[in-house]
Ligand binder design. Structure first.
Ligand code: FAD
Ligand code: UDP
Length: 365
């Protein structure tokens, strides 16, 4: 068949583009090599009937009213503020580090002003925050860095904090009050019926054809299309001609406990040290689902496997720029999304990127 657009990847980037194009009258085919839509945000019920996230926990949060209103066309929401505890020695304490964390770790009874004074004493000020190590030492100093950040980061990325750009650790703030929410965005909600249902509604349009379990390679020769929107890894698109762009992968260990109503007190427990996995997430906290049992996932970082995280560090950015230079020359291919733009984007940032990308396509010649 003849399509105006072929979209490769049915995650947030591809699905938002498909919807925008279809609503402007275009005829769109969206494909994904996985057997489902939703990309990494895909969710599904496990054998016990619990809604889980096969590719790791996805919590929606944004400060963008525009993104929230856009997605609200395809889903209702459930209010949910994510909370995380870190297992440090035999204690579980709030992360991001806050007043309660400091008091529990050091056996203190600091008030807010004293907590600020404590951090002022232990922090190791840096003039320039270039690496993630600079960020952490500058805010909490070396003891808290070793307890909460250095081991976790080594596990998650296979790199020391000093080898990663500042933006990675800068995702985690430091607080002196008792706020124990993982995110402080103004809008924090989960899609009421899950992400997959939201994607189904987004792609439910007469101008959109969906095919899953199909790779770009297979479709290229069989379908005609005037323009391509590509949301997969940019280096793969160019046959890794400049070498492989590093992405970090994970393996997920899902487990169901039929007779355990609650596995852990909060959505996620982080394990900065001592375990091969970085965190455990219990889905019932995220979804609010009632069930006599519970389901969790453990995340084990690894080098090989599906590309989940671009790895933010200067040499990778330099390699990405070479691929980006090729991409910019393309007249009939658009690159958007976490893998195609090699950006450590959250879901809302991908939606925003896809919306602006589609605006520029419409504004173009
Ligand atoms: P993807 O979701 O990766 O979609 C790209 C799709 O393209 C994939 O489905 C892939 O199969 C397909 N594809 C690639 N190549 C081809 C090809 N050649 N042919 C056909 N199909 C192809 N963000 C948050 O905001 N909050 C969170 O709590 C959160 N938690 C996360 C936890 C984990 C473990 C991970 C890995 C990410 C998390 N994210 C979170 C980030 C979030 O997953 C991404 O921002 C978002 O899903 C990216 O959407 P995307 O469409 O760019 O990419
Ligand atoms: N991080 C850490 N300890 C923690 C939580 C985070 O060292 O308890 C660091 C680590 O490098 C991690 C980064 O901060 O990769 C970003 O954490 P976030 O929870 O945002 O990671 P994501 O949810 O994207 O995997």
């Amino acid at each position: 068949m003849n399509y105006d657009y072929l979209i490769v990847g049915a995650g947030f980037a591809g699905s938002v583009c498909a919807r925008q194009l279809a609503e402007s009258g275009k005829n769109v085919l969206i494909i994904d090599k996985r057997p489902h839509i939703g990309g990494n945000a895909y969710d599904a019920h496990d054998e016990a009937g619990l809604l889980t996230h096969p590719y790791g926990p996805h919590i929606f949060h944004t400060n963008s009213k525009r993104v929230f209103e856009y997605l609200s066309r395809f889903t209702d929401w459930r209010f949910y503020e994510h909370r995380v505890l870190a297992q440090v020695g035999d204690k579980q304490v709030p992360i991001p580090i806050n007043r309660v964390t400091l008091n529990k770790i050091y056996g203190l009874d600091l008030n807010e002003a004293e907590a600020a004074g404590f951090l002022e004493k232990v922090r190791e000020p840096r003039d320039v925050l270039k690496t993630s190590e600079d960020v952490v030492l500058n805010s909490v100093g070396s003891d808290l860095c070793d307890k909460f950040f250095r081991g976790y980061t080594l596990k998650q990325w296979g790199l020391d904090l000093s080898q990663l750009s500042a933006g990675v650790a800068a995702r985690i703030p430091t607080r002196t009050n008792d706020d124990d929410r993982y995110f402080t965005d103004t809008l924090q909600f989960m899609p009421a019926n899950g992400y997959t249902k939201m994607f189904e509604r987004m792609l439910d349009h007469p101008g959109i054809a969906v095919r899953v379990g199909v790779d770009l390679q297979e479709i290229r020769d069989t379908e005609e299309f005037a323009h391509l929107v590509y949301t997969g890894p940019i280096d793969a698109f160019y046959g890794h001609c400049f070498g492989k762009l590093p992405y970090r992968s994970l393996s997920f260990e899902h487990q169901h406990f039929p007779d355990t109503p609650e596995f852990q007190p909060v959505g996620t427990v982080n394990f900065p040290n001592d375990y091969a996995y970085t965190r455990t997430t219990e889905f019932k906290h995220l979804t609010g689902q009632k069930h006599t049992g519970t389901s969790i996932v453990r995340e084990y970082p690894q080098a090989e496997g599906d590309p989940y995280y671009p790895i933010p560090r200067p040499e990778n950015e330099a390699l990405f720029k070479r691929y980006q230079a090729l991409a910019e020359k393309e007249q009939k291919v658009t690159f958007v999304g976490r893998l195609a733009q090699y950006r450590y984007y959250n879901m809302d940032q991908v939606v925003a990127a896809a919306l602006s990308c589609m605006e520029s396509i419409h504004a173009g010649p």
